[in-house]
Unconditional design. Structure first.
Length: 367
């Protein structure tokens, strides 16, 4: 067990990924698979490869991507004296995200689109597969037939990205926790995406990585985090709106999203709010027992408050109680389903769909 704890600590140090005790059995299996042959260095690289979750597909979280203002971005690049937009997809897994961006840029500008896209991932295996650019139906399920015909070629039972899109994208291995940001030799970027990566990190690592991604932006550049990742940022970065009638959106560097369709406003101070804030503060201070206490109190006053149920799940995870965490996340999904999108927006900029996505991601990683 001590060895496994050391291995988990190594994985955390090297990659930012948190593996709690309930996941140690899986870690043991990963270590067995990784350790069959090779040097200690290759063993460690393979171990990180084994424990990273690489689920991804073309056009993922398309609502967010459809809000990219390609023309404005090109205008900004030109103001900076460049003829091409520069994009970084950090934690791109097997490449579907950067190729999706190449596709969207091509749809916006025609061919050849004035963009260069860098896709990076900690996993050497994922980067290799991204360079191959050939995908099974699971990855390409969201692509319509005209897109398939125009931008892909059949490769047996897979679809391969056509050369015109490939020409816009390069790949490199890069560790967000250990390596310089922007990656060595790369200038800053007009757009940085880091989606569904931070959900596997602890709060402190999330904040550190987000800060280094922000430093990788060109002036006026934008950072796009995944919906679920936004929820995993530290409490210090979560802005809680005052209980007044109109809440002004807080300006931020990340690209704005359209408001969720049916989110109720907060008419007057809620008794749940101080408990909720207490819970967040305890969670960030690494005190899960007190966080659980406060968040349960918040839910006593506001049983429909999915954001509190979500944070309760995180607190249970921190306390090493995955069963209770799963129940809390399941409650998030049930509440959101029953409320059909009506939920108090206690967390500024966090939409109901984001809470659902985050709960689903956590449930998946606890499965
Ligand atoms: C679930 S995939 C996300 C892929 C894509 N961004 C998306 O949203 O579909 C998460 C990826 O993050 C990568 N990752 C995890 N830790 C990392 C780190 N420290 N540095 C870079 N990539 C990392 C994993 O290898 C994995 O490929």
């Amino acid at each position: 067990m001590t060895d496994l704890r050391e291995l988990a600590a190594f994985v955390h140090r090297e990659s930012g990924i948190v593996l709690r005790e309930p996941q140690h059995e899986a870690l043991q299996a990963a270590a067995d698979r990784a350790g069959a042959s090779g040097t200690p260095h290759t063993f460690l690289q393979r171990l990180v490869d084994e424990v990273t979750v690489k689920e991804t597909y073309f056009l993922r979280e398309m609502q967010q991507l459809s809000e990219i203002d390609w023309y404005e971005m090109l205008a900004r690049a030109r103001r900076a004296g460049r003829e091409r937009i520069r994009i970084w997809s950090a934690g791109c897994a097997t490449g579907e995200e950067p190729y999706t961006l190449a596709l969207l840029a091509t749809q916006a500008f025609g061919e050849p689109a004035p963009v260069t896209i860098l896709g990076t991932d900690i996993s050497a295996r994922a980067v290799e597969s991204a360079r191959r650019g050939s995908y099974r139906p699971r990855s390409t399920r969201e692509l319509d037939s005209s897109t398939r015909q125009r931008h892909f070629v059949d490769a047996r039972d897979e679809l391969a990205v056509a050369e015109r899109l490939r020409a816009l994208v390069t790949f490199a291995q890069h560790n967000l926790v250990r390596d310089p940001c922007p990656p060595l030799g790369e200038p800053t970027f007009d757009l940085v995406l880091c989606r569904n990566v931070l959900i596997y990190f602890d709060g402190e690592t999330v904040d550190r990585v987000v800060a280094s991604l922000e430093r990788s932006l060109a002036p006026e550049g934008e950072l796009l985090l995944g919906a679920a990742d936004t929820l995993c940022r530290g409490a210090g970065r979560l802005r809680v709106p005052k209980p007044v009638k109109a809440v002004k959106p807080v300006p931020r560097r990340s690209a704005p999203r359209k408001p969720a369709p049916a989110v109720a406003s907060i008419p007057e101070p809620l008794p749940s709010e101080p408990h909720f804030l207490d819970g967040l503060a305890h969670l960030e201070a690494g005190n899960p027992a007190a966080a659980i206490d406060a968040l349960r109190r918040a839910l006593y006053f506001a049983p429909r408050l999915a954001a509190a149920a979500f944070q309760l799940g995180r607190a249970y995870e921190l306390a090493g109680d995955p069963g209770a965490a799963r129940r809390a996340y399941a409650q998030v999904l049930r509440t959101l389903e029953a409320e059909e999108g009506v939920n108090e927006p206690l967390l500024d900029q966090v939409e109901v769909a984001d809470i659902a996505a985050a709960a689903q991601a956590r449930l998946g990683s606890l499965a």
